[in-house]
Design a protein around this ligand. Structure first.
Ligand SMILES: C[S@@+](CC[C@H](N)C(=O)[O-])C[C@H]1O[C@@H](n2cnc3c(N)ncnc32)[C@H](O)[C@@H]1O
Length: 178
């Protein structure tokens, strides 16, 4: 099956951070995952193959979810807006933000409040790419992993940063205890 693939999701870019996210899930013995911003579902499939966890994968785009369901009928996709619908999913062990941070910057503080209230003692896992000095959007919030970690009000448990000389970006994966 072939679909439009604006973020090149089928080639799974940012492999270092995706693998680090999977290692975080294994290291902290996480049993269930809410993946926010799943897009076409390729990372959910990877997580499932590596951990046997079928994430609940949500995205705001009905088109993306329809395609994800066709590509991976054995996985669990749902249309939802992380800015409004998080409380619905409070049974999950770990909330994964999958390259979604830049989309929800103005609502991040509010989302942290919801996490604090409905996901206390659970995990927040964030996979996020930062730019090597060329970031334009959101610079008043954070421009690198260190600044991001300082911005998040939860306890840092693990962090991973990776790049190569050929990349214009730095891949990161961080896990926090809420
Ligand atoms: C950059 S893509 C990342 C896709 C995939 N996670 C990956 O790593 O390749 C960001 C995704 O977040 C979704 N998104 C943006 N805002 C959202 C929101 N408020 N709630 C849920 N998903 C959202 C977009 O529809 C898009 O699929």
């Amino acid at each position: 099956m072939k679909f439009d693939d604006p973020w090149k999701q089928s080639t799974q870019p940012n492999k270092y951070s995706r693998i680090a996210g999977i290692i975080h899930i294994k290291n902290f013995n996480i049993q269930s995952v809410l993946e926010c911003g799943c897009g076409l579902g390729y990372y959910a499939d990877w997580i499932q193959r590596e951990t046997s966890i079928t994430p609940k994968s949500i995205d705001i785009s009905p088109v993306a979810i329809e395609k994800a369901r066709k590509l991976f009928p054995h996985l669990d996709f749902e249309v939802a807006d992380v800015r409004a619908d998080l409380p619905k999913f409070k049974g999950y062990d770990c909330v994964l933000f999958a390259e979604i941070i830049w989309y929800i910057l103005p609502q991040l503080q509010n989302i942290f409040e919801v996490l604090r209230k409905d996901f206390k003692s659970k995990y927040l896992l964030v996979n996020q790419v930062f730019y090597k000095g060329t970031q334009k959007y959101g610079t008043e919030y954070f421009t690198n992993l260190k600044e991001f970690i300082n911005y998040v009000p939860f306890t840092l448990l693990g962090q991973c940063e990776a790049t190569t000389i050929y990349d214009t970006t730095i891949e990161t994966s961080t896990i926090f205890k809420i």
